[in-house]
Design a protein around this ligand. Structure first.
Ligand SMILES: Nc1ncnc2c1ncn2[C@@H]1O[C@H](COP(=O)(O)OP(=O)(O)O)[C@@H](O)[C@H]1O
Ligand SMILES: Cc1ncc(COP(=O)(O)O)c(N)n1
Length: 274
């Protein structure tokens, strides 16, 4: 059987909960062989980001070339891209691969407040990367930056999704984790045929949400790599992140990581029952 392969182009999180580490763990859980292009190293743990060390541009280019020249990638995702120079370099490289589904997680600010993308990179994000995306997955603050206005309600989320789609991303998933809804964690998916879907789950009272966005988009990328539709991939992603937040790990002394094993364990337990 063919082994499904995917790539993440993102930053490393030494704390293991977000970035490249979250992506590879999620790919592994979804039985997808993970490859990576590391754009920056962060000195990070559950309490915050202590340092950001971008990889020299040549090193990023060489990683891109090495991975794309050898692996049969079913899908690719981007995460932390540091600044406009990396944004442009990555976009120019990915332009050569229009047939590989691309998930853009427009990582801007870490949960602890540290900036993971230079403000000046926003223009390039919109002009170079977003038009290449099969799916873009902003959280609410990121969506607000993209559309340049506040998003206060569910109606606003729908309007913003259309505005982001007009920037060129075929499909748009606005994540509601930062929203005011205290009962539900509700995301809005706008697909390329103009259909909108709400994906809702219970909101858990937990501080262990470090890396939720990375994990969610990595699961979606893994499913797209298997040939699933965007809707199917996002539904699996939502179930994966729901389980990963619900079954918290209590690791570290700050805002802890999600549980990448939870969804697979649940699936395997169901298989054993049947
Ligand atoms: N406390 C929570 N309980 C349940 N689901 C959550 C919670 N916080 C976020 N989510 C879900 O996790 C996913 C990532 O959301 P979000 O926090 O908005 O993104 P990011 O990690 O990029 O900031 C979304 O599906 C969101 O609805
Ligand atoms: C390297 C890296 N990439 C992404 C995030 C965002 O994750 P979060 O918003 O959960 O802090 C992060 N903290 N570090």
């Amino acid at each position: 059987m063919r082994t499904v392969q995917a790539c993440t182009i993102a930053g490393s999180d030494s704390g293991g909960g977000a970035g490249i580490q979250a992506d590879i763990k999620t790919f592994q859980e979804r039985e997808v062989f993970g490859t990576s292009v590391i754009v920056a190293i962060t000195a990070q743990n559950t309490k915050g980001v202590n340092g950001i060390y971008p990889i020299p541009m040549q090193g990023v280019q060489e990683q891109l070339e090495a991975v794309f020249a050898d692996f049969d990638l079913g899908a690719v995702k981007t995460g932390m891209l540091v600044d406009e120079t990396y944004m442009i370099a990555v976009a120019n490289f990915l332009k050569k691969y229009p047939l590989i589904p691309l998930v853009v997680d427009p990582v801007m600010i870490a949960k602890g407040g540290a900036s993971l993308m230079a403000a000046e990179a926003m223009k390039e994000m919109k002009e170079t990367l977003v038009p290449l995306a099969t799916l873009i997955t902003p959280n609410l603050p990121e969506a607000e930056e993209l559309v340049e206005h506040t998003i206060m309600s569910e109606d606003d989320m729908v309007v913003a999704a259309y505005e982001i789609q007009k920037m060129g991303s075929c499909n748009v998933l606005i994540k509601g984790g930062h929203g005011a809804n205290q009962r539900e964690a509700k995301d809005y998916l706008l697909t390329d045929d103009g259909t909108g879907y709400w994906l809702a789950g219970p909101r858990y009272e937990t501080k262990h949400t470090h890396g939720t966005g990375c994990t969610y988009s990595a699961c979606i990328t893994a499913e797209l790599a298997k040939g699933k539709s965007v809707l199917e991939a996002v539904r699996t992603g939502k179930a994966f992140i729901d389980a990963a937040i619900k079954d918290e790990l209590k690791i570290g002394h700050g805002q802890g990581p999600t549980n990448h094993w939870a969804f697979g364990r649940k699936e395997r337990a169901n298989d054993e029952k049947n």
